[in-house]
Design a protein. Structure first.
Length: 256
């Protein structure tokens, strides 16, 4: 299932059922999992691992060196999970010279055309990056997040689970889980209620998350007091705990 015009390095490892299209290049120390399909004119460079049943469309670049002036050619990696869709002209760079030397993409993600995942990014599972969504270095995107088209995300920003960022936004601070954000610079606009219901969150959970959001982002009290008030007034759950911990761990500060 390898087109005769494709160039495959002898040390690349291709599992059963892998397809490689015309004029694609697979480099040294690349591993591609079972039943993954690679379109035409795709470049997959050294130290890249791709899981099972991924579909990578034409003109994608994976594993190119990071766009980081500090990088001096150190060994680093791109690790991509299974069941991902990677559309045309997506770019995923391998990690830079600091951190854990790994750019990582989880499972069942949909990366639309022209989206960019820079060095050292960590993408969870079941996320959507719409057309030309651009992630700078060290960005973390948690599970079930949706990032709209033409969104630019600053380096080291964290995007919380089940959040949604509207198109053409510029994001310079962390986006908490379960919320909607949009704008340049991005601001919060309430809970992502439609997304939560689509993912089978109970009405009680959504109701409590609304209360938490109101206390933290709509009251006039300082953040530390607001978090304490949440602990005292809102029944504990894994979603509430996740919301609070995300805010407490923020180093760049959260969007308000």
């Amino acid at each position: 299932m390898i087109h005769p015009t494709a160039i495959i390095h002898p040390k690349a490892e291709l599992d059963d059922g892998v397809e490689i299209g015309p004029y694609s290049i697979v480099g040294e120390n690349v591993k591609i999992g079972k039943d993954t399909r690679i379109g035409s004119h795709v470049t997959i460079e050294d130290f890249t691992e791709i899981g099972k049943r991924c579909h990578i469309y034409q003109f994608v670049s994976i594993g190119a060196p990071p766009q980081d002036l500090k990088f001096q050619g150190e060994k680093s990696y791109v690790v991509i999970g299974s069941d991902n869709i990677v559309r045309e002209f997506v770019t995923i760079n391998r990690a830079s010279s600091h951190g854990d030397q790994e750019t990582r993409v989880g499972n069942n993600n949909f990366l639309m055309a022209y989206s960019h995942i820079a060095h050292d990014c960590k993408i969870g599972n079941n996320t959507v990056l719409a057309n030309a969504a651009t992630l700078a270095g060290h960005v973390e995107v948690e599970d079930f997040s949706l990032i709209g088209g033409l969104v630019a995300i600053h380096q080291f920003v964290r995007i919380g689970a089940y959040s949604m960022i509207g198109g053409a936004s510029a994001v310079s601070k962390d986006i908490p889980p379960y919320v909607m954000a949009v704008g340049n610079r991005a601001k919060l606009f309430g809970l992502n209620v439609v997304g939560l219901r689509r993912n089978n969150f109970s009405e009680d959970t959504i109701k409590n998350l609304k209360k938490v959001y109101k206390i933290i982002f709509r009251s006039s009290i300082v953040l530390s007091d607001a978090l304490e008030r949440v602990r005292l007034e809102i029944p504990d759950s894994k979603e509430i705990t996740n919301f609070i911990k995300f805010i407490q761990k923020s180093e760049r500060g959260v969007c308000r």
